[in-house]
Design a protein around this ligand. Structure first.
Ligand SMILES: [Zn+2]
Length: 605
């Protein structure tokens, strides 16, 4: 962290200019107002990280009618205090713009909190089974045919390391019910024998095209189902009803407010989610600004025109117009998957050069370049270019999942075509994840104004970035994994997305990793040091990505994402001064107050 890089400019002299600006914005009803308008809320004596163009640090902020009407010194802020003004003394703590999470899955996050939850914890065999038994015991009256779905299983890192439970263990539980235990990663699930029976999976069942029924030495299914093989079981489990969806949306919004998230992108939405959020919008119960990406799926008989028309149709049904003091629902984004994930055991990331393979033994390994560059890209270059062109004509931004450097390059190539064919369109293409980027492509993000969407918390030594990636990527690529600092050096406009619930929702831990590139303190024994050669990000750059950067990707940077006069008062107060916090402790940050358009949506008890 480099607190000295925040410029400290106290803006007393600028007040009249800013008041005039307010007038110009048509924000002050009375034409007779010459003095500062009386504010509803005034914050004083803070460390206000404005995230304006100069990264100005101020002391005070005034809020009126949902907007920021003053940013400057505590002394000058007094002019905005009237008899009814609430004055909050920040006592040196940080006030900053609300976070903008540019890639998350709030509905599955909310739904996951409702189930039997293993909470991403490292578990031994005994603890794993005891937790599931407790869930079964809590529903002792459940009929024998009701599924128990267990979620957030941290499959990659059980105790002892490498321990992989099978259906035999689940079969020891006291129940007749079918059980499905889902990995937090989303790429695998473990089921018991009853579930295999109900799903009619036997030793003779062939693997599906994009998945695997894991089998033992005798050819019997172990209960572990990978990727598409999970859907054989998944389709048997009744989907949540509308009331459950509504409950999940409320829970997700509550968790967001607690984290300080005031604007979010649902990176892969569905009608059930949109319906739940529409209900909350109509009831006035939205506590964050919602943006939703509609999936465009490159199926066997892909029709770009029809796919784009469907996104436009959903925009017509659910988009409520611009973000105001009151939060709105916006549909202006399409989600496209270009590949899968780069890490073991999937290796579904599309790569420029082949993954490494072990031609030796486990005891005497010889990792050398192999022949597998991952799957064929999910879209052909022509399909992708056509789609991006049609989306641009409809005013819709593409949000492309691209994890391997080959998929990232394909995305950049498609954006290059788009910029050539549609030079005047204000389209903000996002490339999500980008865990590996070929160095030849670093500069292209800035040249093409393509926006990397990074999950900063991945940039640390951990099971997925070390055991799952070091050998298969080879030393050169592995040194460059999670290139947030490198992309910043090469001028990319960074944006942030937590990807919750792939990880627990913890924006402040993500901020810590963005700056330090180290694991959580508790994990540093197992995973010491920094990840790769990437320098990480200065605190102010990481904060900018998590606020104004993501706001830009969502076309709301003129309304939210920084603390500037005229913007909506989406503000958060922290329990500390971030600029004076040891970088390793940034993850302990707590939000004490979240305002959305001037309205309090969270207050820490
Ligand atoms: Zn995602």
């Amino acid at each position: 962290m480099r607190p000295d890089t925040f410029s400290l400019s106290l803006k007393t002299a600028e007040v009249p200019v800013r008041v005039l600006l307010c007038l110009a914005w048509g924000l002050i009803a009375s034409s007779a107002v010459a003095a500062a308008p009386v504010a509803q809320t005034v914050f004083v004596n803070g460390k206000v990280l404005t995230v304006d163009a100069a990264d100005t640090v101020a002391e005070a902020v005034a809020v009126r009618d949902g907007r920021i009407v003053f940013v400057g010194t505590s002394a000058a802020a007094r002019a905005h205090i009237g008899r009814r003004t609430e004055v909050i003394d920040l006592k040196g703590r940080t006030l900053m713009p609300g976070l903008v999470d540019g890639h998350m899955h709030p509905q599955s996050g909310g739904l996951r909190t409702l189930g039997c939850n293993l909470n991403y914890e490292r578990l031994s065999r005994e603890a794993f089974l005891a937790r599931i038994q407790a869930c079964l015991d809590a529903e002792a009256d459940a009929p024998d045919d009701r599924w128990l779905v267990v979620i957030n299983w941290f499959q990659q890192d059980m105790i002892p390391t490498g321990y992989a439970p099978t259906r035999a263990e689940l079969d020891t539980l006291r129940t007749a019910r079918p059980i499905m235990v889902r990995s937090s990663f989303g790429h695998s699930a473990l089921v018991n024998s009853r579930a295999l029976g109900v799903a009619q999976i036997t030793r003779d069942t062939p693997d599906p095209k994009d998945g695997r029924i894991v089998r033992d030495a005798q050819g019997e299914a172990t209960g572990l189902l990978e990727d598409a093989a999970q859907s054989r079981v998944q389709t048997l489990i009744p989907p949540p009803d509308a009331a459950t969806h509504l409950k999940a949306a409320r829970i997700a919004l509550g968790l967001m407010a607690e984290q300080g998230i005031t604007t979010f992108l649902d990176a892969y939405t569905d009608i059930e989610t949109l319906t739940a959020y529409q209900t909350l919008y109509r009831r006035g119960d939205l506590t964050a600004r919602g943006h939703f990406a509609v999936l465009i799926d490159a199926g066997e008989t892909y029709d770009a025109k029809a796919a784009v028309a469907e996104v436009v149709r959903q925009r017509g049904l659910y988009d409520t117009g611009d973000q105001g003091a009151k939060p709105a629902l916006r549909i202006h984004t399409a989600k496209l998957f270009l590949d899968g994930v780069i890490t073991a055991p999937a290796f579904t990331g599309v790569m420029v050069a082949p993954y490494f393979e072990n031609s030796g033994t486990e005891a005497d390994p010889h990792w050398r370049p192999g022949h597998n560059r991952g799957p064929r890209p999910y879209f052909t270059p022509a399909q992708l270019s056509d789609t991006l062109g049609l989306l641009a004509e409809a005013g819709i931004d593409p949000h492309m999942h691209a994890d391997g450097d080959g998929a990232v390059r394909q995305a950049l190539d498609a954006v290059a075509t788009l910029r050539r064919t549609h030079p005047d369109k204000d389209i903000r293409p996002a490339i999500a994840h980008a865990e590996i980027v070929d160095p030849a492509d670093y500069t292209r993000f800035a040249e093409l104004n393509a926006l990397p969407v990074l999950s900063f918390q991945w940039g640390k030594p951990a099971a997925d970035t070390i055991e799952g990636a070091r050998e298969p990527l080879g030393p050169y690529r592995h040194a460059l994994i999670e290139p947030s600092g490198l992309l910043d050096i090469y001028g990319a406009r960074l944006t942030f997305g937590s990807d919750w619930p792939v990880d627990p929702l913890d924006e402040w831990f993500a901020l810590k990793v963005a700056v330090t590139r180290t694991a959580a303190k508790a994990d540093q024994g197992k995973y010491p040091g920094r990840l790769g050669v990437d320098p990480g990000l200065p605190l102010r750059t990481a904060l900018r990505a998590m606020t104004l950067g993501s706001a830009y990707a969502l076309h709301v940077e003129d309304r939210v994402g920084s603390v500037e006069v005229g913007k909506w008062a989406d503000l958060i107060v922290l329990d500390r001064d971030l600029t004076a916090t040891d970088p390793e402790a940034l993850g302990d940050t707590k939000v004490v107050l979240t305002l959305l358009g001037g309205r309090t949506v969270y207050r820490r008890p």
